[in-house]
Write a protein that binds this ligand. Structure first.
Ligand code: KG4
Ligand code: ZN
Length: 341
């Protein structure tokens, strides 16, 4: 079964063709970072305008790279899928409208997907050994969630962030230090040259819950940087290393404790922050110590991409969870939560 997927929940316009959930025939991602970088964050209005400009060419290239054209679409594509939430309303509208139009014209079933479910299962695209049950750790620009995955469509939410998402904390800390957007990859790079013990930032463990809170670490970076010489690259490197160490320890400690508490012997990461080199290394060593299997997506499947959407859509298709735009009303859901199906 070949699925054409479209992902436009935030600032990446992406389209992919994936066969049977795991064979990625194409996965085109058009990044809007140059547009948003000068504002140090995603500007929703500009994001939706850029999606409008990009979406046709991105879909066309995804088809082309999979050896398909609009002329051969009907014979080759079985289903169309799109992210319908959570995300920025104007951005979601572009992907959903494009998918609905294709579905309507080519009379193919439409499968709407929750963006978080895409991140949850992104490590399964390349690794057939990742099977439920497992603990999912979604750490992205918009989310920080620990979820027990009992099956595709069967979830138990354990905890999430009470304030800033993990990636948001990286981006805000970078902004405080005068670094470019998005801050995560830059902090990751500078941290490699710094001393992680230089500044002792707090580790907000929120004992007795599986929730996270990152705004305290961010404020600690702000307070420290007011007194520090942040024109000095060595000091920047040390702050980056100390901040990253505090975030990594918080996420890894809580996730490994949750896996042990619920007797889950597999942990899968997802979301942009799972690209972070120290978080990947710390998870690898703690999981090894605790005899937990760790599943890490390749960086291209960590950040927003349509292949992860197609992967989940395949599993929904197996359970015949279809929409037909001529019969059903599909709208965007910017605040969509994880739902069982
Ligand atoms: O999953 P994603 O592409 O978008 C959302 O769904 O939010 O994640 C983007 C986030 C940004 O906050 C970015 O700074 C962060 O992922 N990120 C990283 C790294 N690469 C991307 N954070 C830390 N270290 C990285 N290497
Ligand atoms: Zn995302």
């Amino acid at each position: 079964m070949k699925i054409l997927a479209i992902e436009t929940s935030c600032d990446d316009t992406s389209s992919a063709v994936v066969e049977n959930g795991t064979e990625v025939l194409s996965n085109i991602i058009s990044s809007q970072i140059p547009i948003h970088a000068k504002y140090n964050g995603v500007v929703p209005e500009l994001a939706s305008r850029a999606h409008i400009q990009n979406v046709n060419i991105v879909v066309e290239n995804a088809l082309k790279n999979a050896g398909i054209s609009f002329e051969t679409f009907s014979d080759n594509i079985d289903c169309i899928s799109c992210t319908y939430g959570p995300g920025l309303a104007g951005s979601l509208l572009v992907g959903v409208m494009t998918a609905k139009t294709l579905s309507y014209i080519y009379k193919k079933p439409l499968i709407p997907i929750n963006h978080i479910e895409g991140h949850i299962f992104s490590a399964a695209i390349e690794n057939k050994n990742l099977k439920p049950p497992f603990l999912s750790v979604v750490i992205s620009g918009g989310h920080t969630e620990l979820v027990i995955i009992k099956d595709y469509g069967k979830y138990k939410f354990l905890g999430g962030t009470r304030d800033d998402a993990c990636g948001e904390a990286f981006d805000k800390a970078a902004k405080i230090l005068g670094l470019a957007y998005p801050g995560g990859p830059i902090i990751d790079k500078f941290a490699k040259q710094g001393n992680p013990d230089a500044v002792k930032f707090t580790r907000p463990m929120l004992k007795g819950t599986w929730d996270f809170s990152f705004s305290g670490i961010k404020t600690a970076v702000l307070n420290y940087s007011k007194k520090a010489d942040i024109k000095n690259q060595k000091i920047i490197n040390d702050i980056c290393a100390s901040f990253q160490q505090a975030v990594a320890e918080t996420v890894v400690t809580k996730a490994v404790a949750a896996a042990k508490e619920f007797s889950l012997n597999s942990v899968a990461l997802g979301g942009g922050v799972s690209c972070n080199s120290q978080i990947r290394e710390m998870f690898a060593s703690e999981c090894k110590k605790n005899k937990i299997n760790l599943f890490l997506p390749s960086p291209v499947f960590c950040t927003d991409n349509a292949a992860m959407v197609a992967h989940v859509a395949y599993h929904k298709a197996l359970k015949k969870k279809f929409y037909y735009p001529s019969k059903n009303v599909l709208s965007i859901k910017p605040s969509l939560e994880l739902e069982n199906w």
